[in-house]
Design a protein around this ligand. Sequence first.
Ligand SMILES: [Zn+2]
Length: 327
Amino acid sequence: MLPDWLAASLAALLRLRDKLPHALLLVGPDGVGKSALATRLAQALLCEAPQVDGDACGQCPACGWFSQANHPDFRLLTPGGDDEEGKEKTSTEIKIGQVRSLSEFVSIGAHRGGRKVVLIDPADALNVPAANALLKTLEEPPGATLFLLVSGKLDGLPATIRSRCVIHALTLPPAEQASDWLCRELGIPSADAQAWLAAAAGSPLRAAALADPGQAAAYRLIVATLAKLPDASVLAAAEALSQVAPRAWVPLMQGWVADLARVRAGSHARRFPEQSARLATLANLTGLEAIIEFSRWLATQSASVDHPLNPRLFCEDTLLRYRSMFL
Ligand SMILES: [Zn+2]
């Protein structure tokens, strides 16, 4: 089911059903549900027996094909999809071959006589040649094709793409609404929901992912490992942390360091309130400048998060730098 805070956005977009622009860009923070909303909107627009409010019926042949990722008038471009050079599952980019492969889809009529929908998720993954190749299609949209783009970082998109899209912005729901949704969705007590939300910086979908039993174990491992330093050996910590992908532990470490800076500056831990005592001890062992310097360095490591040449070495290097804040 679509999370309740997205319902208003869906309803507003569906009211525009026949007046939608040819290119719609959904923008919003991580974990707000951009992909879920875009997917639901695409299904609703392709549904052949939509409900009164325009939402998908979930029962017609079109809805059936859509839910099996098999609708002939729908295309999804994501990083690592089929490329003209073959499959590259590990790529974090959407490449020109993927954009070119749309040209036939876009130029022929819809199989079902209705609309065609192309979902590009996330649009900031389009590399430069791919973005350039897309411009022409976005500029002169062939009949009845809707381009749905999804992005968490508007400034990660070329201005030429942005200017060709109508932007629909999504915002995180208020804490109470997010917490109620988590309680209902996961069947967890309110206090747990609030703790996961804090750890996920207010993002309900990220909180739900963290609270997933498999992820929750990884989360606890990461926090326990960070909390042990600098007392534990870096090698032992790296051994523990490298069981988890950098993409999982780096954002949590960023949150941890941000909390460390808050506590050092005399404020309260926001992401890891249950670790307040440990954070206070650590904050006394270092200075704000060192924390900020480390946190800036960590922010520059996003390439290593997606393409870890050697995850274990990256982990050791990061933890050594982290530990040196306290020496
Ligand atoms: Zn339907």
